[in-house]
Write a protein that binds this ligand. Structure first.
Ligand code: ZN
Length: 141
C-alpha cells in the first residue's frame, strides 16, 4: 500500500469539553470541527498540527468502543489509534489482508471529516490499533 502521511492520531477522552482547553490553552491549537459519528458511537473534536490532525474521541454510549477502551484503561483516556492516509483504500485493505493482517473492516466505511476509513486489528499490528483513511473528495476541493 502507499501511505502518504499520518492523517490523524486518535485520542480517547472521557470528556471533549474537559479536554479541549488543554489542547487550545496549553498547546495553542484551535479546535476547528466537532462532529458526532453515530455508527461509531463517538463525538469527535479535531485540531490541525501541520498536515496531521489530532482526533479527540468521546464515547456517546456505554457500550461503544471508546467507552470500553477507557474502562480497560482504569477510567482514563489515552492514545487510541494511529491513522494513515492512503491512496486507494480498497487496494490497501486487500494488500494488508493478502499479507495476513486481520481486518476489523473488510470493506471501507464512512468516518468523520468526510473520509473513507477502515481499521486493521491490533493483533496484527504490534498492538497499535491502525486506521487507514482516504479522502475521496480531495480532488473536488
Ligand atoms: Zn480515527
Amino acid at each position: 500500500m502507499k501511505v502518504s502521511h499520518i492523517e490523524h492520531i486518535g485520542i480517547a477522552v472521557t470528556s471533549i469539553d474537559e479536554a479541549i482547553p488543554y489542547w487550545e490553552n496549553v498547546l495553542g491549537l484551535k479546535c476547528y470541527n466537532i462532529e458526532e459519528v453515530a455508527d461509531q458511537k463517538v463525538k469527535t473534536a479535531f485540531f490541525m498540527v501541520g498536515q496531521t490532525k489530532i482526533e479527540l474521541l468521546e464515547s456517546t454510549s456505554p457500550d461503544g468502543s471508546i467507552a470500553k477502551f477507557i474502562d480497560k484503561n482504569n477510567g482514563k483516556g489515552g492514545v487510541h489509534h494511529l491513522a494513515f492516509a492512503v491512496d486507494g483504500i480498497e487496494d490497501a485493505l486487500a494488500d494488508a489482508e493478502s499479507k495476513n493482517v486481520q481486518l476489523i473492516d473488510k470493506t471501507p466505511r464512512a468516518g468523520a471529516e468526510g473520509l473513507t476509513i477502515a481499521f486493521l486489528h491490533p493483533k496484527s499490528t504490534m498492538g497499535v490499533l491502525t486506521e487507514l483513511c482516504e479522502d475521496k473528495n480531495k480532488n473536488c476541493k
